[in-house]
Design a binder for this molecule. Structure first.
Ligand code: NAP
Length: 316
């Protein structure tokens, strides 16, 4: 993204409710690209609001969700999935007619079901999920480039004004994202396997190793470069966010977990029977998937995720 290139503002005033990794990245990107006239934001705690004001990225930090949405043309809830319904109920009566209301939640079906009943006619509800993130959270964790070349999925309910969807698509595209539209149920199934299950596995394996660590003392940490540490990055993700994701996407996650357990049993059997061919074939298939991710620009081709390696010292 080039901070020198400015586009005409797409929205006069946007309200970001929640200013963590995602809200903070939207604010920084929108500012850098000149996408909005004014950014108003709020967060739940005084501590975060004070920090956001210090950062000086947004035009106004206000104390309540109701104040934040006043006169806003685009409102984005950047808060945990479980908080979206109650916040929608709180702000509904204060939304400007014709405004677009959206969110960034990692689950779409439950969020739409929780928010939609509260929203008045005359505002446009276009839920969104930017499929981009890091394991960090809070007001300092965001950065303007987070969404570049990542997908942002929009799940407008049936009957949504196409012009509203198009405006939100243009906003995300200007933040650098590639935008796709799908139904909430399809989104939740796809994300269950690509994001939610990997997080569950990481949380499980790191927890299991932690219990083993009681026996092996510090060896789990010491030898973590053998693979374990790559799981710890994912397992360091925000506990509130991920609690809400699993509660909200229960059905799809349980369905994918069923398939995963069957596949794990097949690999377990191959190991028990010494079936090297089955193991080799499986690992060959998965290696090709990694290649596909790199080829489509969704990850770096650098070995070991581009971690720096120290130079060998000359002996003596
Ligand atoms: P985060 O860094 O923890 O920030 C969450 C923000 O929400 C904080 O500013 C928090 O305020 C605020 N908040 C929480 N409850 C609130 C409420 N009831 N009313 C107003 N503000 C409230 O979280 P994040 O990573 O940005 O995630 C936000 C959303 O993005 C989640 O729905 C998540 O599913 C989705 N998402 C996350 C990622 C990711 O990788 N992290 C990727 C894509 C989508 P305080 O700081 O005052 O508590």
């Amino acid at each position: 993204m080039n901070a020198d290139v400015t586009t005409a503002p797409l929205f006069n005033r946007i309200a970001l409710i929640g200013f963590g990794l995602i809200g903070g990245s939207i604010a920084r990107g929108a500012r850098a690209q000149g996408l909005v006239g004014e950014i108003v934001t709020t967060a739940r705690s005084e501590k975060t609001r004070t920090r956001v004001a210090e950062l000086g990225i947004v035009d106004k930090v206000v104390a309540t969700n109701v104040e934040a949405v006043k006169d806003a043309d685009l409102i984005i809830l950047c808060i945990p999935v479980g908080a979206c319904g109650p916040v929608a109920a709180e702000i509904a009566a204060h939304l400007k007619p014709g405004a677009i209301i959206s969110d960034v939640g990692s689950v779409k079906g439950a969020v739409a079901r929780d928010m939609a009943p509260h929203l008045p006619g005359g505002v446009h509800f276009v839920p969104a999920h930017p499929v981009a993130g890091t394991e960090h959270s809070g007001p300092d964790s965001g950065f303007a480039e987070l969404f570049i070349n990542r997908w942002c999925i929009l799940t407008p309910p049936e009957g949504t004004d196409p012009a509203a969807t198009e405006r939100l698509r243009a906003f995300w595209a200007a933040l650098g994202a590639k935008v796709e539209i799908m139904t909430p149920d399809h989104h939740d199934l796809v994300l269950a396997i690509t994001s939610h299950l990997p997080h569950l596995i990481a949380y499980t394996i790191v927890g299991t190793a932690d219990e083993l660590a009681q026996v092996t003392e510090s060896e789990v940490i010491k030898f973590s470069a053998g693979g374990f540490r790559d799981f710890t990055r994912i397992a360091a993700s925000d506990p509130t966010m991920w609690r809400d994701v699993f509660l909200a996407n229960k059905e799809a996650v349980l369905e994918m977990l069923g398939t995963f357990n069957e596949d794990l049993s097949k690999l377990t059997r191959a190991i028990r029977r010494g079936d090297g061919e089955a193991l080799f074939d499986h690992f060959t298939r998965t290696r090709a998937i990694r290649r596909g991710i790199v080829e489509t620009g969704q990850d770096s081709a650098a070995p070991d995720f581009g971690r720096p390696h120290a130079n060998l010292k000359k002996p003596g």
